[in-house]
Design a protein around this ligand. Structure first.
Ligand code: SAM
Length: 276
């Protein structure tokens, strides 16, 4: 399992280069994508495509070669294989069949972003990509809402604004967050701001909706606050049964002393919550 750069070619380790030169075969997610990288480092090892569409079909052949004592390096288009990338069935089967698997570590966008985010990193939850539709995304976020550890998401630039809107509604406008864009590349940008502010910046500047993106969101606040938050939510839900969103939020703010704007966003998210 050989990690490759997530943008900056200088991040390919010396051990990765030696491994890619020494193996009998390199299984790459997209051979067209990996060829320039291999050419850059003068690596002439034979290449085969291994992606999610042919993975299961190709597996017996690769396992046969491994059982015969040949060595295969697995690489993805960028970063660490299997991290939101193909390879899991093959690696699982290698373990089942007693084939030795060895990682050659290197960049991964999630860890790279986390290391520079200034958010708690002693515990974090890697969530990969959120669902594409608004309803499914809100449902997933709702389940993550009380998680105390830092949340790490991969996000497509086409959906980043919509995802941030949903995060703001479900997780709260004031949750600290960070958007890491184009890591290790020329236009690398890190924006650290509460969710509502981050969304504003992303909506205001089309450049912030380009390239590759990792989103990180601080975890939920500790127990005491969580208890208070649950009580606030309970009041808001009851009032929403009888009142329009704005009035329910205003009254909840008066009862709990919480900020009206945030409650209004939360009430909107509750009202739009998918049924079932
Ligand atoms: N296996 C890769 C890894 O270890 O990071 C991730 C592969 S996943 C298919 C691709 C996603 O990773 C992108 O959509 C983006 O969210 C994130 N990503 C990859 N490279 C990045 C970069 N240079 N800057 C920010 N995010 C990046």
């Amino acid at each position: 399992m050989v990690a490759t750069p997530i943008g900056n070619l200088e991040d390919l380790s010396t051990r990765a280069i030696h491994t890619l030169q020494a193996v009998d075969l390199i299984a790459a997610e997209d051979t067209r994508h990996s060829r320039p990288l291999l050419r850059h480092f003068g690596i002439k090892t034979a290449l085969i495509a291994l992606h999610e569409h042919n993975e299961r079909e190709l597996m017996p052949r690769l396992l046969g070669q491994l059982q015969d004592g040949r060595s295969i390096a697995l690489i993805s288009d960028a970063g660490t294989p299997l991290i939101s990338d193909p390879g899991f069935p093959l690696v699982r089967e290698c373990h089942r069949q007693g084939v030795r698997v060895s990682p050659v570590p290197g960049p991964s966008a999630a860890i790279c972003a986390l290391s520079a985010a200034g958010l708690p990193s002693d515990r974090f939850l890697f969530e990969g990509f959120l669902p594409r539709t608004h309803a499914a995304r809100c449902e997933r976020l709702q389940r993550l809402k009380q998680e105390p550890c830092t949340l790490v998401f991969y996000e497509s630039n086409h959906r980043v604004a919509e995802s941030l809107q949903d995060m703001r509604s479900v997780l709260g406008a004031e949750r600290p967050a960070l958007m890491a864009r184009e890591l290790t590349k020329l236009h690398e940008t890190l924006i650290s701001a509460p969710l509502a502010e981050l969304l504003q910046q992303v909506e205001a500047d089309p450049m912030q909706r380009k390239g590759e993106i990792v989103l990180l969101v601080a975890g939920a606040k500790p127990e005491a606050d969580a208890g208070q938050a649950a009580e606030t939510l309970r009041i808001l839900e009851i009032l929403l049964e009888a009142l329009p969103v704005k009035q329910a939020a205003t009254l909840t703010a008066r009862i709990t002393g919480q900020k009206k704007n945030r409650l209004y966003q939360e009430a909107l998210a509750l009202r739009n919550r998918p049924v079932g």
